[in-house]
Design a protein around this ligand. Structure first.
Ligand SMILES: Cc1cc2nc3c(=O)[nH]c(=O)nc-3n(C[C@H](O)[C@H](O)[C@H](O)COP(=O)(O)O)c2cc1C
Ligand code: SF4
Ligand code: SF4
Length: 253
């Protein structure tokens, strides 16, 4: 069983690679969070979590699922694969601690570099197309490396933490989440054609159309699916996304 969360498709692609290789079921994290259902797992069944790194940690929705998900037995091999644009900070430690709080153990964790999607601060933008392409083709090799390791149920943490991981994850991340990551800054600009795509792609069903214009609620994990999928580039985050690019993983590559 593989739980996955993805805003712009990178992590969904990773999750699909794993599901195909292991012939396992894919469960969207956002759906699992609301279902409150008990997941039945076999004695030797692997349980995987796939997600993007958001501000040097797992997305809030992944941590929420970890705190509440119910399994029919203690998972014998629980692992994660995270995707990141640059570095993971202490994502592995944060994830493993959340797993331990449930009395389980995280046996393995891996990171995969993929194109950047964060655009909500000055100087942060998507990657140039050649960099994005290179990351996607290197991700194919990385998955070929990771899949047999998970299949063999190795115990390993292999994430690219980058420089100053503790400062990033334990100082900047809480400040970022508290003071910056708020859906209140989202709005639609005049180019909006009321197509409803942003409503459709939000994995947390946090957007509705009011008089033809999107309105954002409070239940947001900052995945930026609404921003990146808008066909008119009309979703804005304050003034910080002005002139920034859009990116979604191309399934046909
Ligand atoms: C809110 C937000 C925060 C991010 N923070 C980080 C980060 O701390 N480190 C990093 O390397 N990439 C960061 N990224 C980039 C994503 O982790 C990366 O692009 C990921 O592959 C996106 O996956 P997805 O397409 O499945 O949503 C961030 C992206 C977003 C939207
Ligand atoms: S996706 Fe863009 S154009 Fe469509 S409703 Fe949302 S903001 Fe408007
Ligand atoms: S409102 Fe936008 S950023 Fe927030 S969860 Fe929905 S799609 Fe993601």
């Amino acid at each position: 069983m593989i739980f996955y969360f993805s805003g712009t498709g990178n992590s969904r692609w990773v999750a699909k690679q794993l599901a195909e290789a292991f012939s396992e079921e894919l469960v969207p994290v956002a759906d699992a969070c609301v279902s409150g259902r008990m997941f039945s797992i076999g004695p030797d069944e692997k349980v995987g979590f796939v997600f993007p790194v958001y501000s040097w940690g797992p997305p809030s929705v992944v941590l929420k699922l970890l705190a509440s998900v119910a399994f029919s037995r203690v998972p014998s091999y629980l692992y994660f694969v995270c995707t990141c644009g640059d570095d993971t900070g202490k994502t592995a430690e944060i994830f493993c601690k959340a797993v331990r709080r449930r009395g389980w153990e995280c046996r393995a964790g891996f990171s995969v570099f993929m194109p950047n999607t964060y655009v909500c601060l000055p100087a942060f933008d998507i990657d140039w197309s050649d960099v994005a392409e290179a990351k996607c083709s290197q991700a194919v090799d990385r998955m070929a490396e990771i899949i047999p390791l998970i299949q063999r149920r190795v115990r390993r943490m292999d994430c690219f933490a980058g420089k100053f991981p503790a400062i990033k994850s334990y100082v900047i991340r809480p400040l970022f989440n508290r003071f910056w990551a708020s859906p209140k800054r989202f709005h639609a600009e005049d180019a909006c054609i009321s197509c409803g795509k942003c409503v459709q792609v939000c994995p947390l069903h946090n957007i509705r159309l009011l008089d033809g214009k999107p309105v954002w609620g409070e239940n947001c994990t900052m995945c930026l699916a609404c921003y990146h999928h808008c066909p008119k580039h009309a979703v804005a985050y304050g003034k910080y996304t002005r002139g920034k690019g859009q990116y979604t993983f191309r399934e046909d590559r």
